[in-house]
Write a protein that binds this ligand. Structure first.
Ligand SMILES: NC(=O)c1ccc[n+]([C@@H]2O[C@H](COP(=O)([O-])OP(=O)(O)OC[C@H]3O[C@@H](n4cnc5c(N)ncnc54)[C@H](OP(=O)(O)O)[C@@H]3O)[C@@H](O)[C@H]2O)c1
Length: 440
């Protein structure tokens, strides 16, 4: 049997501790599968004395991640600390600069520095693998980077944040407010004490930026993602969506268009009978549409110690099984020098259907005025209804729901702005984009 593959793990939290346990429990089985043992030779975390539920007494402890990355006693540096900056960045650079392979679950780091790190990996003949960074246990990175090579991808989209999907699912199933569902998510450990990063869409954006690069062969452009979170979604929107045959999901969508590549993260109405609409709770899903294969939809656990460690383990096993001197798969599917510049399509040019919910004063002529403003902006309406669940109260404001046929964001924004100028709106209009899967 070949020499053992020596692993150093920086970060022994939810994912790191699961990985240690799995590597220890399955040591023999993995050695048989991979043709060589996988040994954990070094670890680090912040607090040496914390009980992590795993036995690390026989493993070398390093006081910091950089020292671990620089030790001669590792072949692979596994970064499971998190954070876009230090100490992850310097430690990962140090490992790659020595030709040590790096495996990370850190989407924040990759969204900010992924291409530079991929360049460093290539320069020093090391691998940069990160299956766990997007959609946890779902093997979407490998699918895009390797399995779909040769396909031209037109769209990749998905539910990539379990916290948001849990909240939206619970709102619909139990008729509870956003705030109540967020509290429950925090109680169950699905949401952080500070949930902003999840519910405002940043976490999904980081993951989307990585998928975009893989799908379209472009440099990562995380700052060019159009971003809306779910904090603005009310139970009324969820009910109205259901009445119209839709469900609201926080989607990350990257799409090839005539004017460039659209990257957007926002609450989205998907048809109730589509497969992605059935993805409930903390589960993740990623759909890839391509010319040769057609539509591929992968659904599975997007987070949690075991699911994420499973993806990290797959990356480790790939290295353990690879033959010495074998050609490395580039981190983003093609050599860094072959990545195309990212050409951003502006959100204003986005084309699709829209759901628009307006609260209006109950005055004669309002319906006609709304229809006129839409027509002036060349928006054709699939439906315009007074929302059926609204109690009929002749004096109070009424809710009007519009669903448009495919139009542009620019037209919708102009129409809504002119409706706002009419003086009969109460509160802010709600506008939600509709996304249709290629096949239901
Ligand atoms: N949890 C998931 O479900 C999930 C899913 C997909 C991807 N990820 C990604 O996986 C990575 C790890 O996530 P996690 O949930 O396991 O995080 P976590 O539970 O917060 O664990 C982080 C670990 O890193 C250590 N650490 C933090 N700062 C450090 C520093 N300055 N120096 C040395 N060690 C440091 C911590 O040490 P102490 O334990 O001593 O505090 C802890 O062991 C992140 O990039 C995350 O985005 C997580």
């Amino acid at each position: 049997m070949a020499d053992a593959l020596k692993i150093g793990i920086a970060g022994l939290g939810t994912v790191g501790a699961s990985l240690v346990r799995i590597l220890q429990e399955r040591h023999e089985a993995l050695a048989t599968t991979c043709g060589r043992a996988i040994d954990i030779t070094a670890v680090t975390a912040r607090d040496r004395n914390r009980d992590r539920g795993v036995d690390i007494s026989a493993i070398d402890w390093h006081e910091d991640a950089l020292s671990l990355a620089q030790t001669a006693d590792i072949d692979v540096f596994v970064e499971l600390m998190g954070g876009a900056g230090e100490p992850a960045l310097t430690a990962v650079k140090a490992a790659l600069s020595r030709g040590v392979h790096v495996i990370t679950a850190n989407k924040a780091l990759l969204a900010s520095h992924g291409i530079a790190l991929a360049g460093l990996a290539e320069e020093h003949g090391a691998l940069l693998n990160y299956e766990a960074a997007v959609a946890g246990g779902i093997p979407v990175i490998k699918a895009l980077r390797e399995s779909l090579t040769g396909n031209t991808i037109s769209r990749v989209y998905g539910i990539m944040n379990g916290t948001c999907n849990y909240i939206l699912t619970k709102m619909e199933k139990e008729g509870l407010s956003f705030e109540a569902c967020l509290k429950e998510a925090q109680r169950l450990g699905y949401a952080e004490a500070d949930p902003a990063f999840d519910i405002e869409g940043n976490d999904t954006a980081h993951k989307l930026s990585i998928l975009t690069s893989l799908a379209f062969g472009t440099a990562i452009a995380a700052d060019d993602i159009y971003l809306e979170g779910i904090t603005n979604i009310s139970i009324d929107d969820i009910h109205a969506a259901a009445d119209l045959g839709y469900r609201i999901k926080l989607l990350g969508v990257a799409q090839r268009t005539d004017s460039g590549i659209e990257q957007r993260v926002h609450p989205t109405m998907v048809p109730l009978d589509s497969v992605i609409a059935q993805v409930d709770g903390v589960t993740n899903a990623v759909a890839i549409e391509s010319d040769i294969l057609g539509e591929l939809l992968m659904v599975g656990p997007g987070a949690g110690g075991n699911a994420t460690a499973s993806a990290v383990l797959g990356d480790i096993a790939d290295i353990a099984k690879s033959r010495p001197g074998a050609q490395h798969v580039p981190a983003f599917g093609r050599p860094v020098t072959a990545l195309l510049p990212y050409k951003q399509a502006q959100i204003q040019s986005h084309e699709g259907g829209y759901f628009i919910r307006l609260k209006v004063l109950d005055k004669t002529g309002v319906f006609a005025s709304i229809a006129t403003r839409m027509a002036e902006n060349r928006i054709s309406l699939e439906s315009i209804v007074q929302h059926s669940k609204q109690p009929v109260d002749t004096d109070g404001p009424q809710t009007i729901i519009l669903v448009t046929h495919a139009t542009t964001e620019d037209s919708v924004r102009k129409a809504v702005a002119s409706i706002k100028g009419e003086g009969y709106l109460v509160g802010e209009p709600q506008v939600i984009r509709i996304e249709r899967p290629k096949t239901a």
